[in-house]
Structure formats: C-alpha cells, structure tokens
Write a protein of this length. Structure first.
Length: 226
C-alpha cells in the first residue's frame, strides 16, 4: 500500500500519454471534471487548457513546458518496476477513474495497462479509446443495462470462469483464459446483461455505451459501500 497522492470523493479523469482526442476527453470530463495526469499525459492537459490536480509518474516523458506549467503539482515516483499507469492507480483514491490516453499507440504499453487492471483488480477504472469503452468486470454477479445489438467482447486477462445471461452467445460457467477460450465478437441480445465472474475479465463495448458503463460501475461502487 502507498500513501495516496490524490484522495477525492468524486470521479477523476486520468490522462495518459497515448493518443486521445477532444471527443474522448470530453466524454471523460463530463463524468469527471477533476484531472490527474500520468507523466506525459500532462502534455495533453497543457494542450487542452486543463490544470491537473496532480501529475504522477517517473517524469521521463514529461515535456519541459508541461513540467514548468504544472511544477507545483508534480509528484515524482522514481521506481522502475511499475508503469506510470500503475503508479497513478496505486496512489489515487476515487470512486471512479475515467482513463484516456492509455489504449492505442504502442502495443507493449496497451498490454501493460491491461495487465495492471488485472493485477490490481481495478474494477472502478473505465478505459476510453477512439472506438471502445472497457471495464474490468467485478467479481461475482453484476448486471449491466446495455443497448441490444451492439458488439460486446468478454476477454479474460488471466484464468477465469464466466457465466452470462443476455448475450447473443451466452457463457455457461465457462473456463476462459488469454490462451484459451475468449469471446471477442459477441453481442448484446437483451437490455440487461448479467455476468457471474471469477478472475480478471475485461468487458469491451462501443464508445457509445460509455454512459451505461459509468452507471454500471457507480452502481457497483454504491452497493459495495453498503
């Protein structure tokens, strides 16, 4: 456990250094106006006229301009055994993190981000990219209110067991793994989709479903708090 750098009761937008555009950023900011930048993500903040409440990372990709603009909010974490994404997740306490600038770009960075989600069991993090919204399904049973007909990927990030109700091709207590069964081209068949999950499983949906995913995560956070 690390002492938190950011401790806040409202959602956070977390900016990474990979490509992100106005559309993705606005989707996140609508839900989470407060911004934290992961290292070079501070350059996105500078370009978009945003002032992060903190910049967290080893600062190896931070520009001189962003470093100077946000000097009072820099929190250098020098150890090299974790990515800047992990450094942020382990030092932010917030009910929901909208993360953009972490998917796309270099494949090794994308895989490291997904590995971090799986290892930390970061069910409160929503990844937003140009085409997708992604979230780690909570352990046990959860229900998501989604739009029928849209694609849905159910992707194991480790050894997992998954049951579903409401997909075009439902899973019945199926063992899943990255090198075994995956369900990458499934679809939503009913307005309410229920999952029962053991292990790290990523749900991927079109970006248009972001509001539904946010509602689902906040519902899970609320129920776990009671």
């Amino acid at each position: 456990m690390f002492d938190p750098i950011v401790h806040i009761s409202s959602p956070i937008t977390l900016l990474g250094g990979a490509d992100t555009d106005n559309s993705q950023l606005n989707i996140c900011l609508k839900v989470a106006p407060s911004v934290v930048a992961a290292d070079g993500g501070a350059d996105h903040a500078l370009r978009h006229g945003l002032t992060p409440i903190a910049v967290i990372g080893d600062m190896d990709s931070l520009s001189v301009a962003a470093g100077a603009a946000f000097a009072s909010g820099l929190h250098r974490v020098s150890e090299q055994d974790s990515t800047d994404f992990e450094k942020c997740l382990t030092r932010i306490v917030a009910p929901l993190i909208m993360a953009t600038g972490f998917l796309g770009g270099r494949l090794d960075h994308t895989l490291a981000v997904l590995g971090t989600l799986a290892r930390l069991r970061a069910h409160h993090v929503i990844l937003v990219s140009q085409d997708d919204v992604c979230v780690l399904l909570p352990q046990g049973r959860s229900t998501w209110h989604l739009s029928p007909g849209l694609r849905a990927g159910v992707l194991p990030l480790g050894q997992a067991q998954v049951s579903s109700d409401g997909l075009r091709w439902d899973l019945a207590s199926r063992a899943m793994a990255p090198d075994g069964l995956v369900s990458s081209s499934n679809a939503v068949a009913q307005p309410a989709v229920t999952f029962d999950v053991t292990g790290p499983v990523l749900l991927t949906l079109p970006l248009s479903e972001c509001d539904a995913v946010v509602a689902g995560v906040l519902a899970q956070v609320s129920s776990s708090a009671h």
